[in-house]
Ligand binder design. Sequence first.
Ligand code: SF4
Ligand code: SF4
Length: 439
Amino acid sequence: MKTFSHGIHPDEAKDLTATRPVRRFPFAPNFVVHLAQNTGTPARSIVQPGQQVSRGQVIARPEGFVSVPVHSPVTGRVKAVANSFDHNGNPSPSILIEADPASTQDVVVQSYVNLATLTPEQITQAIRDMGMVGLGGAAFPTHVKLSPPKGKTIETVILNGAECEPYLTSDHRVMLEQPENIILGAKLMLRATKAKEVVIAIEANKADAIEVLTKACADETNIRVEVFRTKYPQGAEKMLTKALLGKEVPSGGLPVDIGVMISNIATAAEIGNLLPKGMGLIERVVTITGDGIANPGNYLIPIGTPLSFILKTLGTVGTPYKVIFGGPMMGKTVSFLDSPVTKGTSGIIILAEQNQEDVSHMYPCIRCGSCVDACPMHLVPSRLGLMARSGEYDAMVSEHHLMDCFECGCCSFVCPSNIPLVQQFRISKQIARQRKSRV
Ligand code: SF4
Ligand code: SF4
């Protein structure tokens, strides 16, 4: 079975939600809609405090090429355009909207599109107009991926349904419940990129999704399913291309450098769902899970719904100890109850205090080599960790390829000394980037 070398096998912890079909989540009384919901430049608000907005209406326009518009997730009144906090705890410009309790919350802003007559450029523009970004977590604008730089072409589109992060099952449910949308999204991406084929990549632990999508693309000549070994981080872009095509994305490069575009499977499903209706991205499927939540499941949640409303609606078990936006390996711990669901939120994990293992004490490195065996990028995390602790940031980059680390967390996960390696590398990369920008 296709895979990459190294990596880890953490407890999957997916059974809490894997068999729970997607259900619509209720509307919160108040929404926090971030303007920076995409990698690149944040959108610019075009609404004023006091203004009435409709669900689906554009409320922020893109700024520059690597940027997408933001649509209102709710019919209501703009309370303020002000800073809120992002998932890192940094101030983030946002539009705060009070929902209209009398509204049916039907989407009124839509215009049906004639798919047959669209040119590749029009498809790419329509995908941008819907505010589409990668729904796997990185939130990179999809139209940018669909527009390779001059001199480069896309041969293969990979739809990433690996969902290798423990706990998360939103992509799994989308694959089971929306195969037609995925195939239509795949066809639109094929037309936009002029690629030769679409490969749907799924890990072997999702046998039902493999069956559903294999059937769905049985009549397609250029869309197929490939099964990958269940291993973390199988869904990382570099691991997928290596496992599928035997090609490596060059250091510091992008998949397009080897003729590949990779998109999360849920992104393809939303393109197939929204583009024909001319609608914007205003809600997404989110896995809410963990031993600290009373009603775990997969929910279709309006973007901008605050964490506090989710916890109140679903109920908590005991005292929540930690809330993670994203998966446990690459997600972010949040401490602010107004933290909202954004376009990149694939899951929210709520962990209960009583079940936590104490990993707060760090011991010296015992040179066991486990981190070296785990690193999918074949780095030497133990050495990098020592250098991070002694502030050798420039040498970490120039001699030990720090920038190839994509923060998968495998090294921290296996370290018996509880050394927070990935956290040290994240900070070291930031410092190295700042130093470089000052030169
Ligand atoms: S976090 Fe970085 S160094 Fe650690 S295993 Fe992942 S890629 Fe390797
Ligand atoms: S896993 Fe931890 S203890 Fe073992 S070599 Fe790596 S840093 Fe050292």
